[in-house]
Design a protein around this ligand. Structure first.
Ligand SMILES: Nc1nc2c(ncn2[C@@H]2O[C@H](COP(=O)(O)OP(=O)(O)OP(=O)(O)O)[C@@H](O)[C@H]2O)c(=O)[nH]1
Ligand SMILES: [Mg+2]
Length: 667
């Protein structure tokens, strides 16, 4: 007799699941119960053959899938052979030109060994390499290449430059106070509500040691983007932590920004003058966030200071200088000047201005430049103490006048030989933006569609936002959008820097929007226009107030929560059957009140057996609206006659209660 073989032995030998072997055996008409069932040697051979055939089929399937995918990629490449790229092209842009999924491109990048984050800007070489591998031809925006003068990096003259130091930390921990003390200024006093809502740069000379450029950032949670930008242009982060408050959410956020920008951190443990200050506690908390100070055996410098009482301020300056020396920060002083916009605003009298930190070369009055999508010529420049200057070299923050339009924060400024060239590039970049735009507007998610079909469209609050500066616009937009929930949505349908215009009113009127103005004034004629159109213009000076007000408005739009409130209970003592009326329950109220118009339920042995309304509530044959605890009454329940002695009748109401946004988010 041939030996018996168990199912799991076959599965193991073939490297497949037991279930597959069992399935195949049954297909062949061999009776098996489980993986430990046995089959004969011949049967085993038959099963093995069957499973092997199946496997082949599967492989074929995945191969076809792979082929199909490749064909898709190829045909996309075929259709659109040339892709236009330029310096700092975004992955989105390439994906849309290539008509490929963003993920495919991201994967290729990773495979090619480039570090990658989704908002990464690509340089020309990287983008070209990957696209060519995907079968595309690449056209570099030659127009730009020719116009932006090539510089021979090797021949440039490099000089030491001042460190750019960004001060970060939680709200109210003393960042502005520290800078005020260092600069001997009084910026805090001029701030609305005593909080920083803009990014500000200033150059400070430390006697006998050199210059430092400080960037003050806001600590309020709304300003994440501003802090992130602060970290990007910086060489060193000074993390201010109040010793009485310790490490707080925006302290942690600041640590993360510093880490992702890969810049060294110096910790200023502030407010050491306060009685409940504990530097130890701060250091321990920091160590939990991977900031290990020297005292704890790490390499992060920490200095205990009091910004208010001017204690140890020299020491922190010295530490910054030391750190900077170690970093040997250099920048070329020849070649076309470059810079980064850290803030921009629209001044009614003088037009658009921007604060730019120069990163390379020397910017001169009269220089033509391109900055993001805006061309310009330096008409005037002022340093951080508002003194007019003719030149500005690396690591100098200057406010520049002469932009043809408002640049965005983060835009890069590059000096050009001719203003016409700059205008040409600006035009090209704007055109490109325009052609990319409508595609985005068409995007409608399945979710939206489903909701529309089901007639449960979201409630929406449309907002037009006008602010004094681009940075605050971004911060407000971000934090306001975050307030949206599944039920109520906020649309910032338009945002801009500068005062409210007639166009804004028209837009608000057409789209039923509220206009929000931040740190701007509204001319009388516009106010009248708004009144005529029935448009609300709400003005604010502090970002918290905007968020609070919008929260309230949204909460008003939420569907109220329904809550059951128990009013009282009665026990059934006697039953009367009255023909034509039904069953009347003679009850004693033992808790709260029974109300005629409230809902009622019948409870028997702790189980609800009926819910409905009262048809009648009587005391001594008289109809009453309610009966209080301690009294007897007669009740007739609508459409329910199966009442028994011992049942409990509960009177209850459903009340509506306003929900908060937090609740709505959890629901
Ligand atoms: N006792 C004491 N108070 C301080 C010290 N430093 C700052 N303060 C006070 O703390 C409060 C907040 O200081 P700011 O400098 O405005 O704080 P900030 O970190 O710039 O705050 P945001 O810009 O809103 O993030 C002010 O009332 C300061 O006077 C200090 O060393 N000791
Ligand atoms: Mg501040």
């Amino acid at each position: 007799m041939s030996s018996k073989i168990r199912i799991y032995e076959i599965a193991k030998e073939l490297g497949v699941e037991n279930s597959e072997v069992i399935g195949e055996a049954r297909e062949l008409g061999i009776e098996v119960k489980s993986h430990s069932s046995t089959v004969t040697e011949e049967e085993s051979e038959l099963i093995k053959q069957g499973v092997a055939e199946l496997q082949k089929g599967k492989d074929l399937k995945t191969k076809t899938q792979k082929k199909r995918k490749k064909a898709m990629e190829d045909s996309a490449a075929e259709k659109k052979k040339t892709i236009l790229i330029r310096e700092n092209t975004e992955i989105e842009d390439i994906a849309s030109q290539a008509e490929l999924d963003k993920e495919i491109i991201v994967k290729k990048f990773k495979k090619a060994g480039f570090s990658f984050s989704s908002d990464k800007k690509l340089d020309i070489e990287e983008a070209a390499l990957v696209l060519e591998e995907l079968g595309y031809k690449v056209k570099i925006n030659t127009a730009e290449k020719e116009k932006i003068k090539e510089v021979d990096e090797e021949k440039r003259k490099y000089k030491l430059r001042a460190p750019v130091v960004t001060v970060m930390g939680h709200v109210d921990h003393g960042k502005t106070q520290l800078l005020d003390t260092i600069r001997k200024t009084d910026v805090i006093k001029r701030e609305s509500g005593g909080i920083t809502q803009h990014i500000g740069a200033s150059k400070v000379t430390v006697e006998g040691k050199g210059d430092i450029v400080f960037i003050d950032t806001p600590g309020h949670e709304a300003f994440t983007a501003m802090r992130a930008r602060g970290a990007q242009v910086t060489d060193i982060v000074v993390l201010v932590v109040a010793a009485d408050d310790g490490v707080m959410p925006q302290t942690v956020e600041a640590i993360n920004h510093a880490r992702s920008a890969d810049v060294p951190v110096i910790v200023a443990i502030n407010k050491m003058d306060l009685p409940d200050a504990s530097a130890e506690k701060v250091r321990t908390q920091l160590s939990h966030n991977n900031i290990i100070t020297e005292e704890y055996g790490g390499d992060v410098i920490s200095v205990e200071i009091s910004a208010k009482e001017n204690k140890n301020i020299d020491e922190i300056l010295e530490m910054i200088m030391l750190q900077a020396e170690m970093m040997e920060l250099r920048a070329p002083v020849d070649g076309p000047a470059k810079g980064v916009v850290i803030e921009s605003e629209l001044d009614k009298r003088i037009g658009p201005t921007a604060t730019v930190i120069i990163t390379e070369g020397i910017l001169n009055r009269g220089d033509a430049f391109i900055c993001g999508m805006v061309a310009g010529k330096v008409k005037a420049m002022a340093d951080s103490s508002n003194k007019r200057v003719k030149k500005a070299g690396p690591s100098t923050p200057v406010s520049i006048l002469g932009f043809e339009d408002l640049p965005q924060t983060g835009d890069k400024l590059v000096v050009m030989e001719e203003r016409t060239q700059a205008r040409g590039i600006a035009q090209e970049r704007r055109d490109e933006m325009q052609s990319a735009k409508p595609k985005q507007a068409e995007k409608i998610t399945l979710e939206d569609l489903r909701k529309q079909l089901m007639g449960e469209e979201k409630k929406e609050l449309n907002i037009i936002l006008k602010t004094d500066m681009t940075g605050s616009m971004e911060a407000i937009k971000d934090s306001v959008m975050k307030l949206s929930t599944d039920e109520v949505k906020i649309n910032v349908i338009h945002s801009g820097v500068g005062s409210v215009t007639k166009k804004d009113i028209m837009l608000a009127s057409a789209s039923d929007a509220v206009i929000i103005g931040f740190n701007i004034s509204v001319p009388g004629s516009i106010k009248k226009e708004a009144e005529k159109e029935g448009i609300q213009i709400r003005k604010y000076r502090i970002i918290y107030d905007i968020i609070e007000d919008i929260k309230k408005a949204l909460e008003g739009m939420l569907k109220p929560a329904e809550e059951e409130v128990s009013l009282g209970r009665a026990e059934v003592k006697k039953i009367f059957k009255i023909s034509g009326v039904g069953t009347i329950a003679g009850c004693g109220v033992f808790n709260g009140v029974i109300r005629r118009n409230a809902s009622a339920r019948v409870i028997r042995d702790s189980r609800i057996i009926y819910e409905g309304n009262l048809a009648a509530l009587k005391r001594f044959k008289k109809d009453v609206s309610e009966v209080a605890s301690g009294y007897e009454c007669g009740m007739n329940i609508e459409n329910f006659n199966d009442i028994k002695v011992g049942d409990v009748i509960e009177s209850y109401e459903i009340r509506e209660r306003k929900r908060t946004l937090e609740e709505a988010r959890k629901d």
